[in-house]
Design a protein around this ligand. Structure first.
Ligand code: PMP
Length: 398
């Protein structure tokens, strides 16, 4: 037996510290603002169940059969139309149906990244993206973000200093973990910089449709002038994550490369799920359903932020997202949100959140927490945030 049977890349595959912490949150007494799950009471069960029934009854022989690796043509065409309505010109062949946006993160890295290649990421960034990229052994350059998204001067410095950068990974809407949205002006600058420094952009935007107020900003893909943007969307937040369906939109050659990798990885997405979702898009009032989701999360966000605004110690800063599922707390320097959770918030306040450190690909800051308001009921949000407030006040002032 060799010393280690595992490939070198497994050195970069680590269990997430967050999972261990959140396991502690399995205690039914604990109110968890940790997991980024959507509110299951919003799943459109009746419409989905009739879509599944129809799929089997009317086209079961196809819906339960293997299909093409890029996904059933009907669903790809529907996605192309939805993208078209947002100003992205594409046809069904520029769409690849994925096992959630998460699979897109993996396939893009597999397609583009050799060992030690450089990926530019937001600081902080989506932890699941780092988990997807890490096995390909990249290096990272981190670029700070503020309440308008990526700092463009810092990005330009980074791109100038790293002409070899493979791609810029960004979550431009209601970012996970901070809730921040990239401003229109910066979107335009980002495209200009990508063109100038000849780098690709991976736009990951599963929360895009969950905007509470104002108009949607143009996606980076819709502003793309040189076919540099690979766009990832998802049905997880507007329908149900257990369906495991998302999509990529990119120039045809890119989609073809990704499709080859998808074929090798898992052949195709679940045909029945794709058929049912296609029927859902065709027959349900999708916009009204999305409107319900928006209203629910807006109400929950307001509840959460009202308590934070009213009663948290002044020195705790927080973001006020205009969509999505997260707010990001910044505690004073020297405060360790992970230690605080283990020592106080879990055992005393019985409240869980996600400590911010693992969201930083470079130097990890310890004084942040990601709070998700999507899953808990209104009562639990009010109760949990009040308990957290009490606990943080007493400890902050200790
Ligand atoms: N990207 C981001 C920013 C996310 O927050 C998530 C899910 N939490 C994903 C991708 C993966 O989503 P999916 O369920 O579509 O795989």
């Amino acid at each position: 037996m060799k010393n280690s049977p595992y490939a070198e890349r497994m050195k970069h595959v680590r269990p997430s510290a967050i999972r261990d912490l959140l396991k502690l949150g399995a205690d039914p007494e604990i109110i968890s603002f940790g997991g980024g799950y959507p509110d299951a009471s919003l799943f459109p069960l009746d419409t989905l169940s009739s879509a599944f029934e129809t799929a089997i009854r009317e086209s079961g022989r196809e819906a339960l059969q293997y299909t093409v690796s890029n996904g059933i043509p009907r669903l790809r065409a529907q996605i192309a139309v939805r993208m078209g309505a947002e100003g992205v010109r594409c046809d069904a062949d520029c769409v690849l149906i994925l096992q959630g946006a998460q699979q897109g993160l993996d396939l893009v890295a597999k397609m583009l990244v050799d060992k030690d290649d450089l990926i530019v990421v937001e600081d902080p960034t989506f932890l699941g993206a780092l988990a997807a990229f890490n096995p390909y052994e990249p290096t990272y350059a981190t670029v700070p973000i503020d309440d308008q998204g990526i700092d463009m001067e810092a990005l330009e410095r980074t791109l100038r200093g790293h002409p070899e950068a493979k791609f810029i990974y960004t979550v431009p809407e209601f970012q996970n973990p901070t809730g921040v949205t990239l401003s229109l002006e910066r979107r335009k600058t980002l495209i200009q910089l990508a063109n100038k420094y000849d780098v690709l952009i991976l736009e990951d935007t599963p929360y895009r449709e969950i905007r509470f107020e104002g108009n949607s900003l143009p996606s980076l893909k819709s502003l793309d002038t040189e076919d540099r943007v690979i766009y990832l969307g998802s049905f997880s937040k507007i329908l149900a994550p257990g369906l495991r369906l998302g999509w990529a939109v990119a120039p045809r050659p890119v989609i073809e490369h990704m499709t080859l990798l998808k074929l090798a990885a898992d052949t195709q997405c679940n045909t029945l799920n794709m058929t049912a979702v296609s029927l859902f898009l065709e027959r349900a009032d999708v916009e009204r359903h999305i409107e319900d989701i928006r209203k629910t999360y807006l109400r929950k966000k307001n509840l959460m932020l009202d308590t934070i605004r009213r009663s948290f110690p002044q020195e705790i800063a927080f973001t006020d997202p205009s969509g999505g599922m997260f707010t990001w707390l910044t505690f004073p320097d020297g405060f360790d949100a992970g230690e605080f959770m283990q020592a106080f918030s879990l055992p005393r306040a019985k409240v869980a959140y996600v400590p911010g450190a693992p969201f930083f690909a470079g130097r990890q800051k310890v004084n942040n927490a990601r709070i998700s308001y999507s899953t808990q009921t209104d009562e639990q949000i009010a109760k949990g945030s009040a308990r957290l407030e009490f606990c943080s006040r007493n400890t902050c002032e200790a």
